[in-house]
Write a protein that binds this ligand. Sequence first.
Ligand SMILES: *Cc1c(COP(=O)(O)O)cnc(C)c1O
Length: 422
Amino acid sequence: MYKRKDDIKPFESKVWLASPTMHGDEMKFMQEAYETNWMSTVGENINEVERLAAKQSEVNYAVGLSCCTAALHLSIRLAGEKLYGTPPVGHGAVEGKRVFCSDMTFAATINPVLYEGGIPVFIDTERETWNMDPVALEKAFEQYPDVKLVVAAHLYGVPAKLDEIVEICHRHGALFIEDAAESMGATYKGRQTGSFGDYATISYNGNKIITGSSGGCLLTNDKEAASKARKWSTQARENASWYQHTEVGYNYRMSNVIAGVVRGQYPYLYEHIARKKAIWERYKDGFKDLPLQMNPYEEDKAKPNYWLSAIIIDKKAMCKQVRGESKATYEPEPGKSCPTEILEAIASINAEARPIWKPMHMQPMYRMHEFIDREGNGKRRNNDHISIGADIFQRGLCLPSDNKMTPEEQDKIINVVRRCFG
Ligand SMILES: *Cc1c(COP(=O)(O)O)cnc(C)c1O
């Protein structure tokens, strides 16, 4: 267990990984909803969020929903019905079908594939952006040419290798669902993430770059898809004078009160990105003589939104670290460190850091699922430490990246990390 050095005092109020940053307008729009009694899932705030989201993300249509996970679910269903037709009542839209998915991501990227009965096949991660590896994706299509759906996320606000992924999807006639939950405002070759997929999703969850406390949108250029999603999100009620139903629906619509918060946040998106970028750059500068690297991006193509600053420790500077199913141990060593030590060191001064998303192919629930890496290894793998995703998980971590963190607070965090290598 890490022992805090006494000369570095803990922060009086906690420095968070990423917490909501409010500006005042949010209250005004919530208040307006209250005073006009549009306190349900209809109203001016929702209309305005849908308009702002479509404009910001450079797509024709945005559908306001209760969260990004709901948007992913509706995207999977839209894709499934387009590819395979409407399933019988009670069956999933991608039932029994393989779906190629990002491996190193939040579980929310994958869960909706299961809601619709799909079988995720996990595609390994590449080192240049920490997202789905197009080389591994190509290998996956060589093994399973019949697969028609790809779901990929942009981790920590860094755009994936979109040219390659989109080209591979087109060549194999597959639809592409883009999980842009973490990357709102990030661009790839000048275009917004969220505008590349057949369907894409964004999140207003409390720790994202802008927030409504919760909420999300489904993005698409397909008008019919947008209106289907909107209908499904409100219990799939038909256009009749009574409650008429021909298909299954959900209660997924965004609240007009929450939409007020989101509406108030949109004008501050680029201010948030500028602050996050300054944080990332201050870490980069503060660590320049340490044996570690910042989370990378393709400098010639991508502009990240820098949602979270993350680091990866050089192999030669890793002390021994072993992670079980819920606990980790390590052996401190002069000149070396590991994510567990740094996580504990940061926690000891009342600040919040986090491990990298644990790859899906290493999760107990997916141990029997297929995982494909750039060597085309399509065998079922157990909890291994060979894949690129497993390696980034082993050596990487996310640092406090809160918008409201002061340079002085960040310097203290930099010092604490520095000492771990002392
Ligand atoms: C946050 C997040 C989601 C889920 O967003 P919610 O709005 O909380 O449902 C999905 N995918 C990724 C990659 C995320 O980070």
